[in-house]
Design a binder for this molecule. Structure first.
Ligand code: SF4
Length: 883
């Protein structure tokens, strides 16, 4: 059935969880707009959400099941998986198998996977890529509140007088929350403090940027707690009634006077003092934290040192207050809720909760409910490498890119005797050696629920027919379960049946109270599920009229005694610090327009224009030390591996520190998988690996030549360095090699489509080893190649846009349109394709605010994700003019 019309759904990307209206047109193209009624975004969308309609190309989709590389039917593929898992369990025990799942799964998929592994296989070896993202927040919440609960709601960001962002480049990673903050700050004074070792577009808009030493956050917050307690800014009543653990936390914090904090963090004393003063003066304070806090070998302590300050001041669960963890993935929260982490049982019930354990066993009628935690992500892949795990099922994730020591992880997957990968794409770095590939449904095709960072459950709704033989993950898992002999417990006919069962599970008895309560949905039918509006939990069967949508404002924590617990957090510096003797520290993170390992965002040509290849950002002094110039290539390495990245030289990094984006896999670049540089050092409580700190060395990549190419044809370059991105009509490539190019024309021929009518024009300057080629087919550009001994300087936007269009061959060889400057600078506005130089010219010509720049250039007038960068350009020009 071909569907046309409007569907309300939820974004596929970050944990903000924006509501989307997808309009399916008659030609089956999809127009995307923000859902005006969704409480997360009220109609706003960032570049990634806006371009979701461009990501339905089926070229790279996995459309049929495959067994040992050969197309298969579902029955054979499912039977193969079931038989092998059953046999492995029978021969080696339940802990010889594992599932590695993902925050991309919907709650219903997660629930079924968790039920099969823990309830019926009898192992807890199910862990998720949320371990890499949020596990330290989970551990911190559980230690402090007794349960993994985010107490506040997004509205608190608009009601606060002070917002503290810790380890969060919110402008790029959670753009719509950042836009909500910017809008609130335009309406009234809200102070913004950013705590981040590096300068980002987020920190550039802050009132105070604390660029502390990497990993020293605990010292800063211990010092804050000490100052709060000494100055009498604590809430004695809240502490007395609702909190325990004050004495131990106070004793630890006592060591952190301002001189010690300044020494440990590397911050000037006056900046630290200003921060403490603002915190003390502003009862309405929200502290938002993200991966910069979590991805650390001391991540749990960082989280608890932040929560300690909020508990001490009673700033929790009241309007405009609270510690606020924001999640990276669309459904990290849903996975945590159902129990998709190896150290949780189900529905916020722990393994040591004997009453709850029995209740879950009874509810599921589970014959062998696992009684102990399983292996967390890093330990799981160690066990695979060591041969202890003999059958692995990876669902909707790419651990060979995203885990630390990524090369070792890839080797472990290759060695695993039996690997299943269910995914939407044909090939990932993790699926190359899989025995069985199972085609899953993607966004727009699958049906279910997700939970965002403020506990809001929203529907993802299907509005496209399943492509090929792709099926829902919950269906795939249930079919395998049935073939393993558990048909009765996995007889679901729809996602709504799964959701209703999960909601009912939240009602079972447990020793400790739980806020997670979805019993209002326990009897939901298909119609009710279809109509489900975004709603924050708890959703009780019998509503408690005293309960607000904020939690813990009047105590009532999920601990045995109902009190929150302050945790003593001695400072532990990064575990990776002492291991090696390398001159630089590398930090990893996201960029604005890409998502995870780019399997979906790389389908949107518009998103690929922001950064076209993996890069390493460094200070000019560091570049000079390495001997590399902007635009050249750099080898970054340590004893875990090496990568080759483009040098981005800015003063945003401190000397000696490097920043690398985490998105590039071997599918998109020859050597951009940066997580191979990070050792598998984990937080001892949460098991979350340290992905923000690794010692490395760096050296110039001695390229003999550089190249830039576009082609309408597919091409797999054999050069030492390459990076490929999609364009509207083909792809663009960056190339380089340390070997001299034998014959540039031969390289160009490899780019050509098979067509008899292709005409080639060229400009060859053998004296300078510079070559330019363009191939035209009936007046349209079908390929171009630029080769030079230095990084190629052409307008990449012009050449990429010209591909597939009628254009003058001379303009292609010139590398720019007639009258166009060579380069419009870095792309700032993805929606309208506006570069930094156009914006700078408008500012110099008098456009002195965002509205004026938008009126002159259109930059920033659509989704608004680039407005912080435009503001940064406005500020830079103002400073230059004033000096
Ligand atoms: Fe999607 Fe952007 Fe909203 Fe995140 S902020 S949910 S990526 S639209």
């Amino acid at each position: 059935m071909i569907f046309t019309g409007r569907v309300r759904t939820t974004c596929a990307y970050c944990g903000v969880g924006c509501g989307i209206v997808a309009e399916v047109n008659k030609d089956q193209s999809v127009s995307i707009s923000g859902d005006q009624e969704h409480p997360a975004n009220f109609g706003r969308l960032c570049t990634k959400g806006t371009t979701l309609g461009e990501t339905f190309d089926l070229t790279n989709r996995l459309l049929v099941p495959k067994v040992e590389g050969a197309p298969s039917d579902w029955d054979s593929a499912l039977s193969t998986v079931a038989a092998r898992f059953a046999r492995t369990v029978a021969e080696h025990g339940p802990d010889s198998v594992a599932f590695y799942v993902s925050g991309q799964l919907l709650t219903e998929d997660y629930y079924v996977a968790n039920k099969l592994m823990k309830g019926f296989i009898g192992s807890s070896n199910i862990d998720t890529n949320s371990r890499l993202c949020m596990a330290s927040s989970v551990a911190g919440h559980k230690r402090a509140f007794g349960e993994d609960v985010v107490p506040g709601v997004y509205e608190d960001l608009e009601l606060a007088d002070l917002i503290i962002l810790v380890g969060s480049n919110l402008a790029w990673c959670h753009p719509i929350l950042h836009q909500r903050i910017l809008a609130a700050r335009e309406a009234r004074e809200i102070k913004l403090v950013v705590i981040d070792p590096r300068e980002t577009v987020t920190s550039q808009g802050a009132d105070l940027h604390l660029d502390l030493n990497p990993g020293s956050d605990v010292a800063l917050f211990n010092g804050l707690l000490r100052d709060v307690l000494l100055s009498g800014a604590d809430d004695g009543g809240f502490l007395a009634e609702h909190v325990s653990g004050l004495s131990a936390a106070r004793r630890t914090a006592a060591d952190f006077d301002i001189a010690t904090v300044a020494a440990q963090t590397g911050l000037p004393r006056d900046k630290v003092a200003t921060f403490y003063e603002w915190f003390i003066q502003n009862p309405r304070t929200v502290t938002v934290y993200s991966q910069g806090v979590n991805q650390s070998s001391a991540g749990s302590d960082k989280v608890n040192s932040i929560i300690n300050c909020h508990l001490a001041t009673g700033r929790i669960g009241q309007p405009g207050t609270g510690p606020f963890s924001v999640t990276g993935q669309p459904n990290a929260m849903g996975g945590r809720e159902v129990g998709g982490l190896a150290n949780m049982l189900a529905a916020h019930i722990d393994f040591d909760d004997r009453l709850g354990h029995q209740a879950v066993a009874d509810f599921w009628n589970a014959p062998r409910l696992s009684a102990k935690p399983g292996l967390k992500a890093v330990d799981m892949f160690d066990a695979i490498e060591e041969g202890r795990i003999k059958a692995l099922w990876i669902m909707a994730t790419n651990p060979a890119v995203s885990l630390p020591e990524a090369d070792r992880v890839r080797r472990a997957i290759e060695r695993c005797p039996f690997t299943v990968v269910s995914d939407i794409v044909k090939r990932t770095d993790s699926s190359r050696s899989a025995n069985v590939l199972l085609p899953a449904l993607g966004w727009g095709e699958k049906d279910g629920t997700v939970t965002n960072s403020e506990r809001c459950i929203s529907r993802q709704r299907a509005f496209r027919e399943p492509p090929g033989q792709a099926r829902a993950d919950w269906w795939i898992i249930s079919e395998v379960a049935a073939r393993m002999g558990f048909a009765e417990a996995f007889s679901y006919q729809s996602a709504s049946e799964v959701f209703a069962e999960y909601a009912a599970l939240t009602s079972v008895a447990s020793e400790r109270p739980r806020c997670l309560d979805l019993t209002a949905f326990a009897g939901i039918d298909a119609h009710g599920y279809d109509a489900l509006l975004p709603q924050r939990w708890p959703q009780r069967a019998v509503a408690d009229i005293r309960e607000s949508h904020r939690l813990f404002g009047n105590g009532g924590f999920s601990t045995a005694d109902g009190r929150a617990k302050m945790i003593a957090t001695p400072l532990r510096l990064p575990a990776s610090q002492s291991s090696y003797n390398y001159p630089y520290i590398v930090n990893s993170g996201r960029i604005r327009d890409q998502w995870h390992t780019m399997t979906r965002t790389a389908e949107a040509a518009q998103l690929s224009a922001h950064y076209g290849e993996p890069f390493v950002e460094m200070h000019p002094m560091t570049a000079a030390e390495i001997g590399v110039e902007a635009g050249e290539l750099v080898v970054v390495e340590n004893n875990s591996g090496e990568v080759i990245l483009r040098a981005l030289v800015t003063d945003r990094q401190r000397p000696g520190r490097l920043f690398v984006p985490m998105h590039w896999s071997d599918e998109f670049a020859s050597a951009g998988r940066v997580n191979k540089l990070f050792a598998a050092n984990v937080d001892p409580v949460s098991g979350q690996p340290e992905l923000k700190f690794s010692p490395v060395s760096a050296r110039r990549f001695a390229a003999k030549w550089f190249g830039f190419a576009v082609t309408v044809a597919g091409w797999n370059p054999a050069t030492t360095y390459w990076a490929r991105m999609k364009t509207a009509n083909g792809c663009r490539l960056e190339l380089a090699d340390t070997e001299s190019i034998d014959e540039a024309s031969a390289l160009f021929e490899a780019l050509l489509p098979a067509s008899a009518s292709v005409e080639i024009v060229s400009y060859l300057d053998t004296a300078s080893d510079s070559y330019r080629f363009a191939a035209m087919d009936n007046g349209a550009l079908v390929a171009a190649l630029f080769v030079a001994p230095r990084p190629v300087v052409v307008s990449r936007t012009f050449v990429a846009d010209a591909l597939g269009s009628e254009v003058a061959a001379a303009a292609v060889l010139a590398g720019r349109a007639a009258g166009e400057r060579v380069d419009d600078g870095a792309l700032i506005c993805s929606c309208h394709g506006i570069g930094s130089k156009t914006i700078q010219r408008a500012i110099i010509d008098g456009a002195d605010d965002l509205a004026a720049v938008g009126a002159c250039t259109r930059a920033g007038t659509n989704c608004g994700s680039c407005r912080p960068e435009i503001q940064q350009l406005i500020n830079a020009v103002s400073v230059a003019e004033a000096s």
